[in-house]
Write a protein that binds this ligand. Structure first.
Ligand code: UTP
Length: 294
């Protein structure tokens, strides 16, 4: 029987240079979308997808992430004394949410390098990778969708989405053929090749890899034999390309909407749309936006 995916690795050791100066002294993962840190949305998605353990890869200056998921004794005590039951439940819920372990990436040497830091904690079992700054709004959590494809094909699966031709040079692109899945022929692809950040004319497709993966433990050996690539960093895409030589890898064009919350414009879009969807804020916020003379 194929192994169940129990663990998710959250690489969160990047420097967040696109969000300076906000990220000079605080992790980008802790920037809030409305009132919740970006990383908590990712943790909730993992939880809702059936993941039981999270391995967070952090680095210098990221201790706010650990504090956020830890018990805050003083705060809980204060809220209890003041009878603020709703807030107390929210704060307690975060530390009770899920089992999280931490491992450090001493230097930001790339996403592949960050994932390799989780090797010992993952062990010899399949696992998910979640880049929390890719915020995904979906009826079925994106990671759950990937896990279902993993269960059907018993092979690594990457989340992809269509992007405009001129945007593909910011992503890893796939060269792939569609395969039938759940009665459809345009959702799941078997990957032939992967290209990191291609220029539009050289791109094999407009299907871009985004921050959700289900991987098998062979990826660690592939990362170990991958030299630093674009930007001098060890790229996960290059390691996947290496793994492709010895086993099939699939891609899922997931259902849902992805926001790049690590980018200023993507962050603003997510903030506005998430606020509009909120029961407590949506109405007055919509009224406010309507009054703006745009
Ligand atoms: P990004 O490409 O968003 O890089 O990383 P970044 O450094 O976080 O941000 P910018 O581009 O400088 O603004 C994608 C994901 O990989 C993690 C990041 O934390 C993010 O979740 N990452 C990246 C690491 O954990 N370590 C690295 O060395 C690089």
């Amino acid at each position: 029987m194929r192994a169940k995916v129990r663990k998710a690795v959250f690489p969160a050791a990047g420097l967040g240079t696109r969000f300076l100066p906000a990220t000079k002294a605080q992790p980008k993962e802790m920037l809030p979308i409305v009132d919740k840190p970006i990383i908590q949305y990712g943790v909730e998605e993992a939880l809702q997808s059936g993941i039981r353990n999270i391995i967070m890869v952090t680095g210098r200056g990221k201790s706010a992430i650990e504090d956020h998921f830890d018990v805050s004794f003083e705060l809980e005590n204060l809220l209890e004394t003041r009878g603020k039951k709703d807030l107390l439940a929210i704060v307690r819920g975060i530390s009770d949410m899920i089992d999280i372990s931490y491992v450090r990436q001493k230097e930001a040497l790339g996403l592949g390098h960050a994932v390799l830091r989780a090797k010992e904690l993952v062990g010899n079992e399949p696992f998910a990778v979640v880049l929390a700054d890719d915020l995904i709004e979906a009826r079925t959590p994106c990671l759950r969708q990937l896990l279902d494809v993993y269960a059907s094909f018993d092979a690594p699966v990457l989340a992809v989405m269509e992007v405009p031709a001129e945007a593909i040079s910011s992503y890893g692109a796939i060269d792939a053929e569609p395969v039938s899945y759940n009665g459809s022929n345009d959702r799941v692809y078997r990957i032939r090749d992967l290209v990191e950040k291609p220029e539009a004319p050289e791109a094999p497709s407009n299907l871009a890899i985004i921050g959700r993966y289900v991987l098998t433990p062979e990826i660690f050996a592939s990362i170990e034999s991958t030299d630093p690539g674009s930007g001098g960093e060890v790229q996960l895409t290059d390691a996947l390309k290496h793994m492709l030589r010895s086993r099939p890898i699939y891609a899922l064009r997931f259902e849902g909407k992805r926001y790049d919350a690590g980018d200023k414009l993507g962050f603003l879009e997510a903030t506005v749309e998430f606020a509009l969807r909120r029961k407590d804020l949506g109405g007055p916020f919509r009224e406010y936006l309507k009054k703006l003379k745009l």
